[in-house]
Design a protein around this ligand. Structure first.
Ligand SMILES: [Fe+2]
Length: 212
């Protein structure tokens, strides 16, 4: 019988040229029309490994069960399609492959969902990158890769062993080029509120979120 090691949490850093090459692709993201704020922008794509290639799957709507998402669960969301030219960059391909290799989804042909998300904030009002609070996404794996943090205070990536735990297992600022992947069936996660650290200027937090 083959031994199977269970995946818990991995955090690592990509080469430092990756994030700067991807940040401009967040400037024209359309607003996320499913949240009641003008601080959230996003696009969506799905991928699958076939033989040695990663194939982009046809665009589709996205629905999360209300069991996992108290804010927009059971609502069919039609996000914008992720920019094709960005997907084709070696920088995006590197990040996508990193997620697939670390989770084994390059071998088991699981569908990998990718969300490209910008959350902005002001210096006098906080924004909630995770409006659903401490949560699971309802997958085996969740990965968060930080592309940009500009003028941001807060926005801690927090990992909890249970939704009612007072102290996070991990509480860290995910800096540019840093990637954290966790076993979503084992852990809960949350991103704390953000506030712009520069008076009168917008704060910007750009991430890719991967699920499989
Ligand atoms: Fe999440």
């Amino acid at each position: 019988m083959e031994m199977e090691n269970k995946f818990l949490i991995e955090a690592f850093q990509t080469p430092k040229n990756i994030a700067p090459q991807l940040s401009s692709y967040f400037n024209d993201l359309p607003v996320d029309k499913y949240v009641d704020s003008d601080h959230r922008f996003r696009s969506y794509a799905r991928f699958q490994a076939e033989n040695s290639e990663i194939v982009r799957l046809p665009h589709s709507t996205f629905t999360q069960s209300s069991e996992f998402n108290r804010v927009v669960g059971d609502i069919e969301r039609d996000f914008a399609e992720m920019d094709k030219s960005m997907i084709e960059t070696p920088h995006f391909q590197h990040v996508l492959k990193s997620f697939m290799q670390r989770t084994g989804t390059d071998k088991d042909h699981s569908v990998v969902d990718v969300h490209q998300i910008r959350v902005t904030c002001d210096s006098d009002a906080t924004s909630a990158p995770a409006p659903e609070g401490i949560h699971q996404d309802g997958y085996r794996f969740v990965g968060i890769f930080c592309v940009q943090r500009k003028n941001i205070s807060g926005g801690y990536t927090q990992i909890f062993a249970s939704p009612v735990e007072q102290h996070p297992h991990m509480n860290t600022v995910l800096e540019e080029n840093q990637f954290v992947i966790l076993n979503d069936s084992r852990y809960f996660h949350h991103i704390s509120e953000t506030l712009s650290s520069e008076t009168g200027e917008k704060g910007v937090r750009d991430v890719f979120v991967f699920t499989a």
